[in-house]
Design a protein around this ligand. Structure first.
Ligand code: CU
Length: 182
């Protein structure tokens, strides 16, 4: 395996953390009224970031997902939706920091607790790197950046470096640039 291939794989691995997490709303309970999941407790247990994905899974016969304003969220008014989702398997990418208010638009469901306030306070995933594959075949070359540092050991838990998506993205970008202009 050439150095270029190794670098490419490394960049892909590093930039994997830039793509954000996927949060299934309600976890195993999903988006429902059955057993009345507490979506506010669920949401407050997560740290949402820009670039993360919210996944709403539900039976579209009985539920949907309506993004509403803050005031409509509190009054369960779905007459002026920002966006309505109804596939039963909706992935919504968080576009910026702030609050996102989702309720079920079926009669009585929001009032019964099928509503969630997604608060996005951090934007570490916002720096995304467009990875462009080179057109020319990869020729093995001496690495100008020295040996690749080993990944942090899993036993030490999440390392600060890999928790910080932005830092990882910058490292990945630098490596990609070195590679491209090599
Ligand atoms: Cu519902």
């Amino acid at each position: 395996m050439g150095v270029g291939t190794v670098l490419f794989l490394f960049v892909v691995a590093v930039c994997g953390v830039c793509n954000g997490e996927v949060y299934k709303v309600g976890d195993s309970a999903a988006w429902t009224l059955i057993a009345h999941p507490d979506y506010n407790t669920w949401a407050s247990s997560k740290t949402f970031r820009v670039g993360d994905t919210l996944l709403f899974e539900y039976d579209p016969q009985y539920h949907n997902v309506v993004e509403v304003s803050r005031s409509d969220f509190h009054t369960c008014n779905t007459a002026a939706p920002i966006t309505t989702y109804a596939t039963g398997n909706d992935s919504i990418i968080i576009r910026g920091i702030g609050h996102y208010y989702y309720v079920c638009g079926f009669v009585g469901h929001c009032e019964a607790g099928q509503k969630v306030d997604i608060r996005v306070a951090q934007s570490l995933h916002s720096a995304k790197i467009p990875i462009q594959a080179p057109n020319k075949p990869i020729a093995p070359k001496a690495s100008p950046i020295g040996p690749i540092a080993p990944s942090p050991s899993p036993s030490s838990g999440e390392s600060l470096v890999f928790r910080n998506g932005l830092f990882s993205c910058i490292v990945g970008l630098l490596i990609a640039l070195v590679w491209v202009f090599n």
